[in-house]
Design a protein around this ligand. Sequence first.
Ligand SMILES: N=c1c2ncn([C@@H]3O[C@H](COP(=O)(O)OP(=O)(O)OP(=O)(O)O)[C@@H](O)[C@H]3O)c2ncn1[C@@H]1O[C@H](COP(=O)(O)O)[C@@H](O)[C@H]1O
Length: 109
Amino acid sequence: MDVLKELSRVLEERKSQDPQKSYVASLYTKGLDAILKKIGEEATETVMAAKDGNPDKIVYEIADLWFHCLVLLAHQGLCADQVMAELQRRFGLSGLEEKASRGSKTGQG
Ligand SMILES: N=c1c2ncn([C@@H]3O[C@H](COP(=O)(O)OP(=O)(O)OP(=O)(O)O)[C@@H](O)[C@H]3O)c2ncn1[C@@H]1O[C@H](COP(=O)(O)O)[C@@H](O)[C@H]1O
């Protein structure tokens, strides 16, 4: 199962749910500033976990951070696929640079 896809689908569904019954719906109701505040908090908690050198906590906090970034994307009418496509584009570029540098070392273009 593609977790990002499934979660993105749930986040869309939550747009029409009761904020009393859903954490995500409650964030949408509170609005952009509340979502951004959570992202700021989770980013800070990630930094603190890394400074503590606690691997389990780092993973846990990054999951919280990514989750709230997905909520932000959904709130803004965007989706995780767009971020994945941007990462893929950059990876493609770096792949080309790597090939070019390998080619220049071996005398191939
Ligand atoms: N992945 C998550 C997820 N990760 C983190 N959280 C919530 O994000 C919040 C993290 O905030 P904190 O770490 O500051 O913890 P807290 O002090 O309890 O939070 P606050 O009271 O300060 O908001 C907690 O309330 C967590 O429950 C999540 N809430 C929901 N999901 C997913 O989203 C789906 C929809 O959730 P609902 O909208 O609640 O049905 C769920 O099925 C899950 O798959």
